[in-house]
Design a protein around this ligand. Structure first.
Ligand code: G3I
Length: 362
């Protein structure tokens, strides 16, 4: 019998799809907590900012208490490691790696290649040969240093163009300009050569919103995975940053088909920078906390129903510290509430949602 053609993950959502998906989600939503309880626990973690880590003992305590996984937020970026070309400054990263190891926590490395957070000398590179030499040397030194301690690397971060256009899939960075799309292959091939046991991840944002730009972003991510696989270059995961805008819906159908398509390529997903940008929501804290928890629940239920992520990591733990305060300031000057703990380190509804998925606290 002719099997119906499998739905392409990038097909625009039909009204029937939406109704079916919606009905499915209502049912799924009603049993989300029961389903979550039956599924294997998913490690939970957070990014850690070294300045706060050094200054605020409550921050350190919360990282130790709530996290199975720690990600140095900035200290493994070129900007922190490579003030000048001739030497590496591992002080911040070493401190956070030692903290996590001392607590028996896993570590994610972020990020071996990014077009931002570069020192001036790197931004000033001018030739293909120079860029390739510096990229390979950087990855060799950094990955070798943390071999056996950092188990997962964001090998490349945000290489997909924000709003891709046909013929322009890749973000305009110094790496793309000097090396072309091959910069992705060079980074993954080098990381795999230096630490064959590490999980190697392509990390990017906005795979979850219901619009044509996101459909294109998912397509490009899949194409990059296929290109690496076709060349025998290891890639193990797609890191979905999940900086969720509270006013935007989640394209649960498209997201699930994307995660399933990756699964068919034997590539997992991990949620790597989860937080909720609530600047368009009413000021009332309880209202915002409920909306944020519901959005996170919808997102995680969609992903996990398709294929459980290898980890769920938030971009910080407490509302007291978040990049969102400066980047998305609210007009009413109320403080953003993007994270699982409030500014006094008290768990919010979002933490209840995360606990439904994470490893048991014990
Ligand atoms: O360490 C210096 C300090 O010495 C100096 O005094 C200070 C003032 O200039 O700057 C400090 O560096 C800052 C760094 O954070 C550490 O606080 C950089 O200027 C600042 O640009 C950097 O911002 C980080 C940003 O990435 C750029 O690297 C944010 O904290 C961090 O949350 C944000 O995280 C990114 C992810 O890496 C990728 N996905 C998006 C996410 C949010 O933008």
């Amino acid at each position: 019998m002719n099997e119906p053609a499998p739905p392409r993950y990038d097909a625009p959502l039909t009204r029937r799809d939406a109704l079916l998906a919606g009905a499915g989600l209502v049912a799924a939503g009603l049993t989300a907590s029961r389903a979550a309880a039956q599924r294997a626990p998913i490690p939970f973690g957070s990014a850690a900012q070294i300045e706060t880590f050094r200054e605020d003992p409550l921050y350190r305590d919360a990282l130790k208490r709530y996290c199975d996984v720690i990600v140095p937020m900035n200290d493994l970026k070129w900007e922190a490691l490579r003030h000048d070309r001739s030497r590496f400054d591992f002080s911040g990263a070493d401190e956070l790696v030692a903290f996590a190891q001392g607590n028996g926590q896993a570590l994610r490395g972020h990020a071996l290649l990014w077009g931002e957070a570069l020192p001036p000398w790197a931004k000033a590179m001018t030739s293909r040969a120079e860029a390739e030499r510096e990229l390979i040397r950087h990855i060799e030194v950094v990955v070798d240093r943390y071999k056996g301690r950092i188990a997962t690397w964001d090998v490349v971060n945000e290489v997909i163009k924000f709003e891709p256009t046909p013929g322009e899939p890749m973000r305009d960075t110094i790496w793309q300009r000097l090396l072309g799309p091959e910069h992705v292959e060079i980074a993954f091939r080098t990381a795999a050569r230096v630490d064959p046991k590490a999980r190697l991840v392509l990390n990017d944002f906005n795979f979850e919103e219901p619009n044509a730009g996101v459909v294109a972003r998912r397509q490009i991510a899949l194409d990059l995975v296929r290109r690496l696989k076709d060349k025998g270059i290891p890639i193990h995961g797609i890191g979905m940053q999940a900086h969720l805008y509270a006013e935007n819906p989640i394209d649960t159908h498209g997201l699930q088909l994307f995660v399933e398509a990756l699964g068919k390529l034997e590539v997992d997903v991990e949620v790597t920078e989860l937080d909720v940008i609530d600047w368009k929501l009413p000021a009332d804290a309880a209202t915002r906390d409920r909306a944020a928890a519901s959005l996170v629940s919808t997102y995680l239920n969609a992903v996990t129903t398709a294929r459980p992520p290898r980890a769920i990591v938030t971009w910080g733990l407490s509302d007291r510290y978040s990049w969102i305060h400066e980047t998305f300031p609210r007009r009413d000057t109320a403080k953003a509430r993007p994270l699982p703990l409030d500014a006094d380190y008290k768990p919010k509804l979002m933490m209840n949602v995360l606990n439904r998925y994470r490893r048991s606290a014990g």
